[in-house]
Design a protein around this ligand. Structure first.
Ligand SMILES: C[S@@+](CC[C@H](N)C(=O)[O-])C[C@H]1O[C@@H](n2cnc3c(N)ncnc32)[C@H](O)[C@@H]1O
Length: 283
């Protein structure tokens, strides 16, 4: 095929004007930076949505989004497409070691009976289910407090998967074997590639859509742990500072804010002290 024939066979790519418009609404609605270098990625990810709507190409999608009359509904789908949801069970395991070895023994010492945890950019729930396993392990033998977990995300697709507790079997590779036996159900169907978190753990977690860009979060102000990992990197500095400050409002004094390994609250004026790398404690 000549280049000219190839070009004719492809649907027209996103125009610069339309990419600018999409990048702006995504940034305004979610805080996610969309520099020009992300155009190809966004276009690729939009293809499924474009064809689900029966539209001929991404430019027609922009007409539909901006002039179709139901901008708010379509925006939810666009944000689903724009988010990067990569996650893992026991991701950055030092955070969970810190909980087990330092934070939870200190909380248990005070005699407190209930611990509240928030996974604030939860993706498909691997972080929240990891927290549940850590809490269950700590409680084994009856020494630890009871707990509840709130898991929120802006992306409705990942939240649906998270709430189902179903995962591809390869995703649980990082979960230690004894924990897999206790907290993960294998399918009865031999050869099935899906596993499921046990109902007792699923019952401990509430999943909800929450946009960290919102001016106020409908969440209690007595969290013991707020995990907000691997999301701040997608935001610009002023947005990071606003989100961090709002998250701190939801920590009880002594509660912990836990960030991703390449994120920091250093240099931001917050009511916290650094405890160890990427873990901060509210004063
Ligand atoms: C890379 S994942 C990180 C998941 C998990 N915290 C971890 O570290 O494994 C980032 C998540 O942040 C979510 N996200 C992006 N913008 C958001 C916003 N404005 N409010 C809430 N969640 C957002 C994405 O949908 C995505 O699931």
């Amino acid at each position: 095929m000549t280049n000219a024939v190839q070009a004719a066979a492809l649907p027209p790519g996103l125009s610069a004007r339309n990419y600018g418009r999409l990048a702006q609404v995504i940034h305004d609605a979610s805080g996610i930076k969309m520099p020009a270098g992300k155009q190809t990625m966004l276009e690729g990810r939009l293809r499924r949505r474009v064809s689900a709507l029966g539209l001929p190409n991404v430019n027609a999608y922009c007409d539909y989004l901006f002039d179709g009359g139901d901008f708010e509904t379509e925006l939810v789908h666009l944000i689903n497409v724009a988010t990067t949801n990569k996650t893992d069970f026991f991701r950055e395991p030092a955070h969970f070691d810190f909980m087990t070895q330092i934070a939870l023994p200190a909380i248990a010492e005070t005699g407190r009976r209930q611990v509240k945890l928030w996974s604030a950019a939860a993706s498909v729930g691997a972080e929240a289910y990891t927290l549940a396993m850590v809490m269950e392990e700590f409680r084994r033998g009856g020494r630890g407090p009871d707990y509840s977990i709130l898991a929120t995300d802006i992306c409705t697709e990942v939240l649906n998967q998270a709430a189902s507790g179903r995962f591809h079997s390869t995703m649980i590779d990082p979960v230690p074997l004894d924990l897999r036996r206790r907290y993960i159900l294998q399918s009865r169907n031999p050869g099935a590639e899906e596993v499921r978190i046990v109902p007792a753990l699923r019952a401990k977690i509430a999943f909800a859509r929450l946009n960290l860009m919102d001016n106020a979060y409908p969440v209690g102000s007595d969290m013991d742990f707020v995990f907000c990992r691997n999301i701040l990197i997608y935001f610009d500095k002023p947005t990071q500072e606003r989100v961090l400050s709002r998250l701190c409002d939801h920590l009880r004094p002594g509660g912990y804010l836990v960030l991703g390994h390449s994120e920091s609250a250093v240099g931001v004026s917050l009511p916290v002290v650094a405890v160890v790398n990427t873990i901060f404690q509210k004063v």
